[in-house]
Write a protein that binds this ligand. Structure first.
Ligand code: SF4
Length: 109
């Protein structure tokens, strides 16, 4: 579903049918320790670009609402991990790289 800022995000959910006015981020909703989400956070959220760059089904994202360095602005903070190799992923747009090693080995010389 498209966020209010026009980017596709599988975690965004909105329902305006029959007078409903529901907007949710299911990534933040899955983290009960996060500060509450609001739709404006989608504007600077890195998740849509991560999902566009890396379609790996083993990429697991964990999100929270955090504060900027000065503590004034809220933003979405992301941690990523690989479900297959059980390692943290520091560059989620690229992935952990282990699947690429397997694919490279399978290539004929
Ligand atoms: S905050 Fe980020 S992850 Fe959540 S719905 Fe918006 S774009 Fe998607």
């Amino acid at each position: 579903m498209q966020t209010p800022y026009g980017k596709e995000c599988k975690y965004y959910y909105a329902d305006y049918f029959r007078g409903k006015n529901t907007e949710e981020c299911r990534l933040i909703q899955a983290n009960p320790t996060s500060d509450p989400w609001k739709p404006a956070l989608c504007q600077t959220c890195p998740v849509p670009d991560i999902l566009l760059a890396n379609a790996c089904p083993n990429l697991a994202l964990h999100g929270r609402v955090g504060k900027s360095m000065l503590g004034l602005l809220q933003k979405i903070e992301i941690e990523a991990a690989c479900r297959e190799y059980r390692v943290p992923v520091s560059k989620p747009k690229i992935g952990c790289g282990h699947c690429h090693e397997v694919l490279d080995r399978a290539k004929p010389d």
